[in-house]
Write a protein that binds this ligand. Structure first.
Ligand code: CP
Ligand code: NVA
Length: 330
């Protein structure tokens, strides 16, 4: 039977089967080819989408905007604090209004419950552009990038270093379990993903023939890994005063040249971005001054090395988000 996800929400990867995820990835490759070859593809002209952001963004916002326009759609961006939602209008009422005007709604913000409430009330597809719990569109770009590098997903050894219970860590564990990559979270115990999610992912992994490992041991966790992935140590929405304790916890998990040597010979370095790999950001400079740490989750040496595929990964946000928009709205 052919795969059809028309009219569906895209709230978390747990809601999608491996076959449906494969469909998004294959569609992304087609859109990437068309874009590279200058083949126009305004297949959704006449439709309109809205991008509702309660947190800041570069990649996700731009990918949704450009993907929407390439598909021929009208795109409205509502920046953080600029709509009535929350302060003067409930989430449910906002969803009902937006659903009367737009063909689909992207939401980036806080609790996963918010994006679910938008989906329950809008009557049109809702796409999760990052919540505190999950970042599913990032996952499609990450899977596509891994497949482009290794020609396959199944059996790839994937290690996530750092805050493994953040939105990206959670989502990567789900993505790997679904698509048959062996997932390792390498982080202090305090930052392991929640047991309930780990248990669900272990069940999914058993079906796809892969494994889920949690370890505090850096040498063990990175040994022969094909992908070393990290994310910032303090996520959007967390208070500034967690920096000190987080740095203490995660400093031993910094991705550096020595750690990469322990990984497989063919290993690549990945990061969803933005990244604190030098002092060229406000926060990077502040942390360097306060804690004497000039690089955080990854050293500049690794970030700028040949193994780093972070900008291919960022580009793939466009092609994969386009596949989600097309498949759910066509
Ligand atoms: N990776 C990612 O979601 O980046 P932005 O925060 O810039 O959207
Ligand atoms: N964990 C990060 C991901 C950014 C794309 C955050 O939520 O800030």
């Amino acid at each position: 039977m052919s795969t059809n996800v028309r009219g569906r929400n895209f709230l978390k990867l747990l809601d999608y089967s491996p076959k449906e995820i494969r469909y998004f990835l294959d569609l992304s490759k087609n859109f990437k080819n068309m874009k590279k070859n200058g083949v126009l593809h305004p297949y959704l002209s006449g439709k309109n989408i809205v991008l509702l952001f309660e947190k800041t963004s570069t990649r996700t916002r731009c990918a949704f905007e450009v993907a929407g326009r390439d598909l021929g759609m009208g795109v409205t961006y509502l920046e953080p604090g600029s709509s009535q939602m929350g302060k003067k209008e409930s989430i449910a009422d906002t969803a009902k209004v937006l659903g009367r005007m737009f063909d689909g709604i992207e939401y980036r913000g806080f609790n996963q419950k918010i994006v679910e409430e938008l989906a329950a009330n809008s009557g049109v597809p809702v796409w999760n552009g990052l919540t505190d719990e999950f970042h599913p569109t990032q996952m499609l770009a990450d899977l596509l990038t891994i497949e482009e590098n290794f020609g396959t997903l199944k059996g790839v050894h994937f290690t996530f270093m750092g805050d493994a219970r953040n939105n990206v860590g959670n989502s990567l564990m789900v993505a790997c379990a679904k698509m048959g990559l062996n997932f390792t979270a390498c982080s202090p115990k305090e930052l392991f993903p929640k047991k309930e999610l780990v248990d669900s992912c272990r069940q999914i992994a058993a079906e796809s023939g892969s494994t889920i490992t949690l370890t505090e041991n850096v040498e063990e966790g990175t040994k022969n890994a094909d992908v070393i992935y990290t994310d910032i140590w303090v996520s959007m929405g967390e208070p500034d005063d967690v920096w000190e304790s987080r740095i203490k916890l995660l400093k031993p998990y910094q991705v550096n040249a020595q750690l990469m040597k322990n990984a497989s010979e063919r290993s690549i370095f990945m990061h969803c971005l933005p990244s604190f790999h030098d002092k060229n950001t406000q926060i990077g400079a502040d942390i360097a001054k306060k804690f004497g740490l000039p690089e955080m989750e990854v050293t500049d040496e690794v970030f700028t090395s040949k193994r780093s595929v972070v900008f291919d990964e960022a580009e793939n946000r466009l092609h994969t988000i386009k596949s989600v928009l097309y498949a759910t709205l066509c």
